[in-house]
Design a protein around this ligand. Structure first.
Ligand SMILES: NC(=O)c1ccc[n+]([C@@H]2O[C@H](COP(=O)([O-])OP(=O)(O)OC[C@H]3O[C@@H](n4cnc5c(N)ncnc54)[C@H](O)[C@@H]3O)[C@@H](O)[C@H]2O)c1
Ligand SMILES: [Zn+2]
Length: 370
Protein backbone atom coordinates (compact mmCIF):
# COMPACT_ATOMS: atom_id res chain seq x y z
CA UNK A 1 0.00 0.00 0.00
CA UNK A 2 1.35 3.36 -0.97
CA UNK A 3 0.27 6.60 0.68
CA UNK A 4 0.26 9.85 -1.23
CA UNK A 5 0.58 13.20 0.51
CA UNK A 6 0.29 16.40 -1.51
CA UNK A 7 2.53 19.38 -0.90
CA UNK A 8 0.51 22.40 -2.04
CA UNK A 9 3.24 24.92 -2.79
CA UNK A 10 2.38 27.81 -5.12
CA UNK A 11 2.35 26.93 -8.77
CA UNK A 12 4.27 23.67 -8.39
CA UNK A 13 2.41 21.28 -6.09
CA UNK A 14 3.80 17.76 -5.89
CA UNK A 15 3.21 14.46 -4.18
CA UNK A 16 5.20 12.55 -1.59
CA UNK A 17 4.59 8.83 -2.04
CA UNK A 18 5.32 6.61 0.96
CA UNK A 19 5.44 2.83 0.66
CA UNK A 20 7.55 -0.25 0.36
CA UNK A 21 9.23 -1.06 -2.94
CA UNK A 22 8.88 2.39 -4.51
CA UNK A 23 12.47 2.36 -5.72
CA UNK A 24 11.62 -0.55 -7.98
CA UNK A 25 8.55 1.31 -9.28
CA UNK A 26 10.41 4.51 -10.13
CA UNK A 27 10.67 3.82 -13.87
CA UNK A 28 6.96 3.16 -14.26
CA UNK A 29 6.02 6.18 -12.16
CA UNK A 30 8.44 8.54 -13.87
CA UNK A 31 8.00 7.52 -17.51
CA UNK A 32 4.68 9.35 -18.08
CA UNK A 33 6.13 12.56 -16.61
CA UNK A 34 9.23 12.77 -18.78
CA UNK A 35 9.51 14.62 -22.07
CA UNK A 36 12.31 12.31 -23.15
CA UNK A 37 13.42 8.95 -21.71
CA UNK A 38 16.38 10.32 -19.79
CA UNK A 39 16.85 10.78 -16.01
CA UNK A 40 20.33 11.07 -14.52
CA UNK A 41 20.80 9.60 -11.05
CA UNK A 42 22.91 11.26 -8.34
CA UNK A 43 23.79 9.16 -5.31
CA UNK A 44 26.60 8.43 -2.86
CA UNK A 45 28.93 5.43 -2.72
CA UNK A 46 27.20 3.74 0.19
CA UNK A 47 23.68 4.13 -1.15
CA UNK A 48 24.88 3.10 -4.61
CA UNK A 49 26.15 -0.20 -3.25
CA UNK A 50 22.77 -0.92 -1.64
CA UNK A 51 20.01 0.68 -3.70
CA UNK A 52 21.30 1.72 -7.11
CA UNK A 53 20.72 -1.64 -8.75
CA UNK A 54 16.95 -1.85 -8.23
CA UNK A 55 16.55 1.80 -9.24
CA UNK A 56 18.64 1.40 -12.40
CA UNK A 57 16.78 -1.81 -13.30
CA UNK A 58 13.42 -0.13 -12.92
CA UNK A 59 14.43 2.81 -15.10
CA UNK A 60 15.90 0.47 -17.71
CA UNK A 61 12.71 -1.58 -17.74
CA UNK A 62 10.79 1.62 -18.48
CA UNK A 63 13.19 2.47 -21.29
CA UNK A 64 14.68 5.45 -19.44
CA UNK A 65 18.40 6.11 -19.92
CA UNK A 66 19.91 6.85 -16.52
CA UNK A 67 23.58 7.81 -16.42
CA UNK A 68 24.71 7.66 -12.80
CA UNK A 69 26.88 10.06 -10.82
CA UNK A 70 28.25 8.50 -7.64
CA UNK A 71 29.70 10.92 -5.08
CA UNK A 72 31.61 10.28 -1.84
CA UNK A 73 29.31 9.72 1.16
CA UNK A 74 29.35 12.32 3.92
CA UNK A 75 28.65 15.94 4.72
CA UNK A 76 31.87 17.16 3.03
CA UNK A 77 30.29 16.37 -0.34
CA UNK A 78 27.81 19.21 0.32
CA UNK A 79 30.47 21.81 -0.53
CA UNK A 80 31.33 24.28 -3.29
CA UNK A 81 33.75 21.69 -4.68
CA UNK A 82 31.09 19.00 -4.61
CA UNK A 83 28.62 21.37 -6.26
CA UNK A 84 31.07 22.40 -8.99
CA UNK A 85 31.86 18.79 -9.79
CA UNK A 86 28.21 17.80 -9.90
CA UNK A 87 27.20 20.75 -12.10
CA UNK A 88 30.07 19.95 -14.43
CA UNK A 89 28.99 16.35 -14.79
CA UNK A 90 25.29 17.14 -15.23
CA UNK A 91 26.09 19.78 -17.86
CA UNK A 92 28.35 17.32 -19.68
CA UNK A 93 25.35 15.00 -19.82
CA UNK A 94 23.53 17.88 -21.54
CA UNK A 95 20.75 17.83 -19.01
CA UNK A 96 17.74 19.91 -20.08
CA UNK A 97 15.29 21.92 -17.96
CA UNK A 98 12.48 19.39 -18.24
CA UNK A 99 14.70 16.41 -17.43
CA UNK A 100 14.15 14.99 -13.96
CA UNK A 101 17.43 14.57 -12.08
CA UNK A 102 17.02 11.83 -9.48
CA UNK A 103 18.55 12.32 -6.00
CA UNK A 104 18.94 8.86 -4.46
CA UNK A 105 20.24 9.10 -0.89
CA UNK A 106 20.08 10.94 2.40
CA UNK A 107 19.89 14.65 3.09
CA UNK A 108 23.39 15.28 1.78
CA UNK A 109 22.60 13.97 -1.69
CA UNK A 110 19.13 15.55 -1.64
CA UNK A 111 20.36 19.00 -0.60
CA UNK A 112 23.29 19.03 -3.03
CA UNK A 113 21.39 17.61 -6.01
CA UNK A 114 18.45 19.91 -5.33
CA UNK A 115 20.73 22.94 -5.27
CA UNK A 116 22.50 21.89 -8.47
CA UNK A 117 19.07 21.39 -10.05
CA UNK A 118 18.04 24.86 -8.86
CA UNK A 119 20.92 26.64 -10.56
CA UNK A 120 21.73 24.57 -13.65
CA UNK A 121 20.10 26.37 -16.59
CA UNK A 122 18.27 28.44 -13.92
CA UNK A 123 16.39 25.38 -12.82
CA UNK A 124 15.98 21.81 -13.98
CA UNK A 125 13.44 19.42 -12.51
CA UNK A 126 14.39 16.89 -9.88
CA UNK A 127 12.97 13.96 -7.97
CA UNK A 128 13.83 13.00 -4.41
CA UNK A 129 14.27 9.36 -3.44
CA UNK A 130 15.20 9.76 0.25
CA UNK A 131 16.90 6.73 1.76
CA UNK A 132 17.45 7.85 5.37
CA UNK A 133 14.72 8.34 7.96
CA UNK A 134 15.87 11.93 8.37
CA UNK A 135 15.54 12.59 4.65
CA UNK A 136 12.14 10.88 4.43
CA UNK A 137 10.58 12.82 7.30
CA UNK A 138 12.35 16.11 6.77
CA UNK A 139 14.92 17.10 4.17
CA UNK A 140 13.33 15.64 1.01
CA UNK A 141 10.11 17.59 1.53
CA UNK A 142 9.82 21.35 1.35
CA UNK A 143 12.33 22.49 -1.23
CA UNK A 144 15.18 23.79 0.89
CA UNK A 145 18.43 23.01 -0.89
CA UNK A 146 21.93 24.06 0.10
CA UNK A 147 25.61 23.44 0.51
CA UNK A 148 27.89 24.16 3.48
CA UNK A 149 30.70 26.73 3.43
CA UNK A 150 33.63 27.32 5.79
CA UNK A 151 31.40 29.85 7.60
CA UNK A 152 28.77 27.28 8.45
CA UNK A 153 26.17 24.79 7.34
CA UNK A 154 23.56 25.38 4.63
CA UNK A 155 24.64 28.98 4.14
CA UNK A 156 24.47 28.93 0.33
CA UNK A 157 21.34 27.52 -1.21
CA UNK A 158 17.98 28.05 -2.82
CA UNK A 159 14.35 27.13 -2.51
CA UNK A 160 13.68 24.60 -5.26
CA UNK A 161 10.84 22.14 -4.90
CA UNK A 162 11.13 18.61 -6.27
CA UNK A 163 8.59 17.33 -8.80
CA UNK A 164 8.01 14.14 -6.86
CA UNK A 165 9.25 12.45 -3.69
CA UNK A 166 9.39 8.66 -3.46
CA UNK A 167 9.96 7.55 0.14
CA UNK A 168 10.67 3.83 -0.05
CA UNK A 169 10.36 2.41 3.46
CA UNK A 170 12.35 -0.68 2.43
CA UNK A 171 15.44 1.55 2.07
CA UNK A 172 15.43 2.13 5.82
CA UNK A 173 16.16 -1.54 6.43
CA UNK A 174 19.82 -1.07 5.49
CA UNK A 175 20.21 2.11 7.50
CA UNK A 176 22.71 1.89 10.39
CA UNK A 177 21.11 2.10 13.83
CA UNK A 178 22.80 5.41 14.61
CA UNK A 179 21.37 7.03 11.46
CA UNK A 180 17.92 5.67 12.30
CA UNK A 181 18.12 7.26 15.75
CA UNK A 182 19.14 10.57 14.15
CA UNK A 183 16.06 10.52 11.96
CA UNK A 184 13.98 9.58 14.97
CA UNK A 185 15.05 12.79 16.70
CA UNK A 186 13.30 14.73 13.94
CA UNK A 187 10.25 12.44 14.28
CA UNK A 188 9.99 13.27 17.98
CA UNK A 189 10.42 16.93 17.05
CA UNK A 190 7.19 16.85 15.02
CA UNK A 191 5.20 15.56 17.97
CA UNK A 192 6.75 18.11 20.29
CA UNK A 193 6.17 21.04 18.00
CA UNK A 194 2.58 20.50 17.07
CA UNK A 195 0.92 17.16 17.71
CA UNK A 196 0.57 15.94 21.28
CA UNK A 197 -1.45 12.95 20.06
CA UNK A 198 1.37 11.85 17.78
CA UNK A 199 3.86 12.35 20.61
CA UNK A 200 1.77 10.11 22.85
CA UNK A 201 1.61 7.57 20.01
CA UNK A 202 5.42 7.63 19.89
CA UNK A 203 5.64 7.02 23.62
CA UNK A 204 3.86 3.75 22.97
CA UNK A 205 5.09 2.88 19.47
CA UNK A 206 8.50 4.53 19.28
CA UNK A 207 10.28 1.29 20.11
CA UNK A 208 8.54 -0.40 17.18
CA UNK A 209 9.56 2.44 14.88
CA UNK A 210 13.18 2.11 16.02
CA UNK A 211 13.01 -1.67 15.59
CA UNK A 212 11.92 -1.14 12.00
CA UNK A 213 8.47 -2.65 12.44
CA UNK A 214 6.86 -1.92 9.06
CA UNK A 215 3.48 -0.58 10.13
CA UNK A 216 4.95 1.64 12.81
CA UNK A 217 7.62 3.07 10.50
CA UNK A 218 5.04 3.83 7.84
CA UNK A 219 2.70 5.54 10.30
CA UNK A 220 5.52 7.65 11.70
CA UNK A 221 6.90 8.72 8.32
CA UNK A 222 3.42 9.51 7.02
CA UNK A 223 2.49 11.68 10.02
CA UNK A 224 5.74 13.65 9.80
CA UNK A 225 5.38 14.21 6.06
CA UNK A 226 1.76 15.32 6.55
CA UNK A 227 2.86 17.86 9.13
CA UNK A 228 5.77 19.09 7.06
CA UNK A 229 3.60 19.33 3.93
CA UNK A 230 1.04 21.40 5.79
CA UNK A 231 3.58 23.74 7.33
CA UNK A 232 5.45 24.22 4.05
CA UNK A 233 2.21 24.87 2.15
CA UNK A 234 1.35 27.58 4.68
CA UNK A 235 4.77 29.16 4.68
CA UNK A 236 7.08 28.02 1.87
CA UNK A 237 9.80 30.64 2.50
CA UNK A 238 9.89 30.51 6.31
CA UNK A 239 8.34 33.85 7.09
CA UNK A 240 6.22 32.34 9.85
CA UNK A 241 5.00 28.88 10.82
CA UNK A 242 7.83 27.05 9.05
CA UNK A 243 10.19 28.31 11.76
CA UNK A 244 8.54 25.86 14.18
CA UNK A 245 10.40 23.10 12.34
CA UNK A 246 13.53 24.56 13.93
CA UNK A 247 12.50 23.31 17.37
CA UNK A 248 15.66 22.03 19.03
CA UNK A 249 17.79 23.39 16.20
CA UNK A 250 19.14 26.56 17.81
CA UNK A 251 20.53 24.66 20.81
CA UNK A 252 21.39 21.78 18.48
CA UNK A 253 23.26 24.02 16.09
CA UNK A 254 25.47 25.26 18.93
CA UNK A 255 26.19 21.69 20.05
CA UNK A 256 27.08 20.71 16.49
CA UNK A 257 29.22 23.80 15.92
CA UNK A 258 31.28 23.31 19.09
CA UNK A 259 31.80 19.68 18.09
CA UNK A 260 33.05 20.67 14.65
CA UNK A 261 30.04 19.49 12.60
CA UNK A 262 31.62 16.07 12.32
CA UNK A 263 30.99 12.46 13.16
CA UNK A 264 31.38 13.06 16.90
CA UNK A 265 27.89 14.52 17.22
CA UNK A 266 25.54 14.08 14.29
CA UNK A 267 22.80 16.54 13.38
CA UNK A 268 19.98 14.32 14.64
CA UNK A 269 21.79 13.70 17.92
CA UNK A 270 22.22 17.44 18.40
CA UNK A 271 18.55 17.98 17.55
CA UNK A 272 17.41 15.38 20.06
CA UNK A 273 19.43 17.05 22.81
CA UNK A 274 18.35 20.44 21.45
CA UNK A 275 14.68 19.51 21.88
CA UNK A 276 15.31 18.54 25.50
CA UNK A 277 17.16 21.83 26.10
CA UNK A 278 14.37 23.81 24.43
CA UNK A 279 11.83 22.23 26.78
CA UNK A 280 14.10 22.71 29.80
CA UNK A 281 14.60 26.36 28.82
CA UNK A 282 10.84 26.74 28.40
CA UNK A 283 10.42 25.35 31.90
CA UNK A 284 13.09 27.71 33.25
CA UNK A 285 11.16 30.63 31.74
CA UNK A 286 7.99 29.45 33.44
CA UNK A 287 6.29 28.46 30.19
CA UNK A 288 6.08 24.70 30.50
CA UNK A 289 5.74 22.25 33.38
CA UNK A 290 8.23 19.66 34.59
CA UNK A 291 6.13 16.69 33.50
CA UNK A 292 6.31 17.66 29.82
CA UNK A 293 10.07 18.19 30.13
CA UNK A 294 10.40 14.71 31.63
CA UNK A 295 8.33 13.16 28.82
CA UNK A 296 10.51 14.92 26.24
CA UNK A 297 13.69 13.65 27.89
CA UNK A 298 12.29 10.12 28.06
CA UNK A 299 11.23 10.06 24.39
CA UNK A 300 14.61 11.33 23.17
CA UNK A 301 16.57 9.12 25.55
CA UNK A 302 14.59 6.03 24.53
CA UNK A 303 16.23 6.25 21.10
CA UNK A 304 19.68 6.28 22.68
CA UNK A 305 20.05 9.94 21.79
CA UNK A 306 21.88 12.32 24.16
CA UNK A 307 19.71 14.25 26.62
CA UNK A 308 22.41 16.14 28.56
CA UNK A 309 25.30 18.40 27.52
CA UNK A 310 27.73 16.17 29.43
CA UNK A 311 26.96 13.34 26.96
CA UNK A 312 28.30 15.33 24.01
CA UNK A 313 31.13 17.30 25.61
CA UNK A 314 34.16 15.76 27.34
CA UNK A 315 34.59 18.98 29.35
CA UNK A 316 31.80 21.50 30.04
CA UNK A 317 31.49 23.96 27.12
CA UNK A 318 31.63 27.67 27.90
CA UNK A 319 28.14 29.16 28.08
CA UNK A 320 29.37 32.16 26.07
CA UNK A 321 30.75 29.89 23.34
CA UNK A 322 27.37 28.17 23.03
CA UNK A 323 25.59 31.52 22.86
CA UNK A 324 28.04 32.83 20.25
CA UNK A 325 27.39 29.74 18.11
CA UNK A 326 23.63 30.28 18.44
CA UNK A 327 23.99 33.89 17.36
CA UNK A 328 25.78 32.70 14.21
CA UNK A 329 22.86 30.52 13.23
CA UNK A 330 21.50 31.89 9.96
CA UNK A 331 18.08 32.30 11.52
CA UNK A 332 19.40 35.01 13.86
CA UNK A 333 18.23 38.54 13.00
CA UNK A 334 20.51 41.44 13.88
CA UNK A 335 22.34 39.14 16.28
CA UNK A 336 19.13 38.79 18.37
CA UNK A 337 18.46 35.25 19.50
CA UNK A 338 15.27 33.61 18.46
CA UNK A 339 14.08 30.30 19.90
CA UNK A 340 11.32 27.85 19.34
CA UNK A 341 9.93 27.38 22.85
CA UNK A 342 6.93 25.46 24.12
CA UNK A 343 4.02 25.86 26.47
CA UNK A 344 3.78 22.09 26.56
CA UNK A 345 4.06 19.06 24.32
CA UNK A 346 2.60 19.91 20.92
CA UNK A 347 2.49 23.62 21.70
CA UNK A 348 5.62 25.19 20.29
CA UNK A 349 5.91 28.84 19.35
CA UNK A 350 8.63 31.22 18.21
CA UNK A 351 10.06 33.70 20.68
CA UNK A 352 12.21 36.45 19.19
CA UNK A 353 14.69 38.64 21.01
CA UNK A 354 15.48 36.30 23.88
CA UNK A 355 17.71 38.09 26.38
CA UNK A 356 21.19 36.67 26.95
CA UNK A 357 21.25 36.80 30.75
CA UNK A 358 18.50 34.22 31.41
CA UNK A 359 19.88 32.10 28.58
CA UNK A 360 23.37 32.19 30.10
CA UNK A 361 22.01 31.32 33.55
CA UNK A 362 20.01 28.48 32.06
CA UNK A 363 23.02 27.04 30.20
CA UNK A 364 25.14 27.14 33.34
CA UNK A 365 22.29 25.45 35.17
CA UNK A 366 22.35 22.54 32.70
CA UNK A 367 26.11 22.06 32.89
CA UNK A 368 27.84 24.73 30.80
CA UNK A 369 30.87 26.48 32.29
CA UNK A 370 30.38 30.09 33.44
N1 LIG B 1 16.75 20.52 3.16
C1 LIG B 1 16.25 20.39 4.37
O1 LIG B 1 15.15 20.86 4.66
C2 LIG B 1 17.04 19.66 5.39
C3 LIG B 1 16.43 19.28 6.59
C4 LIG B 1 17.16 18.53 7.50
C5 LIG B 1 18.47 18.17 7.21
N2 LIG B 1 19.04 18.57 6.03
C6 LIG B 1 20.40 18.17 5.69
O2 LIG B 1 20.42 16.76 5.56
C7 LIG B 1 21.75 16.31 5.81
C8 LIG B 1 21.69 15.10 6.71
O3 LIG B 1 20.95 14.09 6.07
P1 LIG B 1 21.15 12.56 6.44
O4 LIG B 1 21.09 12.41 7.89
O5 LIG B 1 20.22 11.81 5.58
O6 LIG B 1 22.68 12.34 6.06
P2 LIG B 1 23.45 11.61 4.85
O7 LIG B 1 22.86 11.93 3.54
O8 LIG B 1 24.88 11.93 5.06
O9 LIG B 1 23.21 10.07 5.17
C9 LIG B 1 23.75 9.52 6.33
C10 LIG B 1 24.60 8.29 6.02
O10 LIG B 1 23.74 7.19 5.71
C11 LIG B 1 24.11 6.59 4.49
N3 LIG B 1 22.88 6.06 3.91
C12 LIG B 1 21.89 6.75 3.29
N4 LIG B 1 20.87 5.93 3.02
C13 LIG B 1 21.22 4.70 3.45
C14 LIG B 1 20.56 3.44 3.46
N5 LIG B 1 19.31 3.32 3.00
N6 LIG B 1 21.22 2.39 3.98
C15 LIG B 1 22.46 2.53 4.50
N7 LIG B 1 23.12 3.69 4.53
C16 LIG B 1 22.49 4.76 4.02
C17 LIG B 1 24.77 7.69 3.71
O11 LIG B 1 25.66 7.17 2.75
C18 LIG B 1 25.52 8.45 4.81
O12 LIG B 1 26.72 7.81 5.08
C19 LIG B 1 22.50 17.47 6.42
O13 LIG B 1 23.37 17.99 5.46
C20 LIG B 1 21.42 18.48 6.74
O14 LIG B 1 21.87 19.80 6.68
C21 LIG B 1 18.34 19.30 5.13
ZN1 LIG C 1 17.12 18.96 11.43
Amino acid sequence: VTRSIGVAVGDRPYDVLIGRGLISETGARLAPRLERPFAPIVTDEIVASLWLEPLAASLAAAGIAAPTIVLPAGEQTKSFDGLAGLCDRLLNLEVERTDHVIALGGGVIGDLTGFAAAIIKRGVDFVQIPTTLLAQVDSSVGGKTAIDTPQGKNLVGAFHQPRLVLADLAALETLPRRELACGYAEVVKYGLLGDAGFFAWLETNGAAVLAGEAGAVEAAVARCVEMKAQIVAEDERENGARALLNLGHTFGHAVEALNGFGEAVKHGEAVGLGCVLAFEFSQALGLCDAHDVERTRAAVGAAGLPVRLSQVFAAPPQAEALIAAMAHDKKAIGGALSFVLARGIGEAFVRKGVAREPLRDFLIGVGAAP
